[in-house]
Design a protein. Structure first.
Length: 426
């Protein structure tokens, strides 16, 4: 792990700074929108814009990179994102904010694709799993640290927006100055949606549902906090608890997923998340109760994304893993666009508790569908499953998904070779 860190530290520092800026953006807008008098419905549209832009970027940026190269795209999108962040306090209307969120989603997706390409170029098949883990940790640490900075500022003035812009601008320095060559960029032609669904209905449906859950958590947590009357410090703690739970519980869930029927783990995680949502709706325990609920929801929802990716690959040939994962990423993005919209509508109808109701209903649907799928297909033996790789969904791009698929493919080939050797020895 230390060897991997030495080779990737500049990239990891850059990613942490990016997540500092991007992680603070969502919380800051949620609070500033309330100050500006935006309705919950208007803020839900604003927040969904980011995920629409991210999905658009995942489809367009690879072609842009092939035409003009990594460095130019990186500099262009980075400068555009930094400038866009400064315009929020200037253009204070929902239409402008929605347009800026779409722009920033597009820019951040492109920046992540370039950064992850460089990260991939510094790793080997033997170190890729550890590099992905460090990458996920850097993302989570950046988001949690962003909430601490947010809590120290005033969402009503320009200062925090300037800080976000500066952090994003600084993030490019370690990546561009890293002593690594510009990586080649290749994309895999994805298989059809129907083929992916028929291969793993649970993976397809589950990834779609989790896309809506993640976008609600990532986009609407700050809006919920403002609507619930929490202070800036309490909102920062609430958002931090979501990602701290995802960071801490990712690894025990991953350890269990390699040793048991992954569908049982999906059901267990769904039940825990539903109970946590009930705690949030009941408002039991005040702010401490909300923090416990946020920790458990984030701690269950985040690992389930990587778990369902691994589960889907249990039913794929190694050469098809990258193609299927690319389609699942697109499905996840489609779900993410609707998450804030439905959450905002519910919060407008029933109050702040609609935030937890939406997530709880989705997790219940995921658990019920998983239970039904267990009656339709036998479990894969634990010895035949692919390894679980920790990955945070809020910054996942086609590059990271392809990296995971490459690691799975290498493992599958090694396992097949080992089986042939053992068979020959007998």
């Amino acid at each position: 792990m230390l060897h991997v860190f030495r080779n990737t530290w500049a990239l990891l520092v850059g990613i942490s700074l990016l997540m500092l800026g991007n992680g603070m953006q969502g919380t800051l807008l949620g609070v500033r929108g309330a100050i500006e008098g935006f309705s919950t419905g208007a803020m839900s549209i604003v927040m969904s814009g980011y995920f629409a832009g991210f999905l658009l970027g995942s489809q367009m940026v690879p072609g842009m990179i092939r035409r003009v190269g990594h460095v130019r795209i990186f500099a262009f999108l980075g400068s555009l994102a930094s400038a866009g962040l400064l315009l929020y306090p200037v253009l204070t209307d929902p239409y402008s904010w929605t347009a800026l969120r779409i722009l920033l989603g597009f820019c951040f997706c492109g920046v992540y694709i370039v950064a992850e390409s460089w990260l991939n170029n510094t790793t080997t098949n033997e170190t890729r799993g550890r590099a992905l883990s460090l990458y996920m940790i850097a993302q989570m640490v950046g988001i949690v640290a962003a909430q601490a900075i947010f809590a120290l500022g005033d969402a009503g003035d320009y200062t925090l927006f300037i800080i976000v812009s500066v952090l994003v601008s600084l993030a490019f320095s370690p990546i561009l100055l890293a002593a690594t060559p510009v990586p080649p960029f290749e994309t895999t032609k994805p298989m059809s949606f129907r083929t992916v669904y028929e291969t793993s209905p649970l993976g397809f449906v589950g990834i779609f549902i989790l896309g809506a859950v993640f976008s609600a958590l990532f986009g609407m947590a700050g809006v919920f906090g403002a609507a619930a009357g929490l202070t800036s410090a309490e909102i920062a703690l609430f958002v931090s608890a979501i990602y701290t739970g995802g960071l801490i519980l990712q690894y025990p869930v991953g350890w269990l997923s390699d040793r048991m029927d992954r569908r049982q783990l999906v059901i267990a995680g769904s039940v825990i998340a539903i109970l946590a949502c009930g705690l949030g709706i009941a408002d039991f325990g005040g702010v401490p109760g909300l923090l416990v609920a946020a920790f458990l929801i984030g701690g269950m929802a985040n690992p389930l994304y990587a778990l369902l990716l691994a589960y889907t690959n249990d039913y794929l040939q190694p050469e098809d893993m990258a193609s299927a994962s690319a389609r699942l990423l697109f499905v996840n993005g489609l779900g993410a666009i609707g998450g804030p919209l439905v959450t905002g509508w519910l919060m407008g109808r029933v109050g702040p508790g609609g935030f937890f109701i939406f997530i709880g209903v989705l997790m219940a649907l995921l658990g019920l569908y998983t239970g039904w799928r267990m009656t339709q297909r036998a479990a894969v033996a634990s010895d035949d499953t692919t390894s679980y790789y920790a990955v945070a969904p809020m910054a996942t791009t086609p590059v990271t998904v392809s990296n995971m698929a490459e690691a799975w493919e290498e493992e599958s080939i090694e396992a097949a070779e080992a089986a042939e050797t053992a068979e020959a020895a007998q």
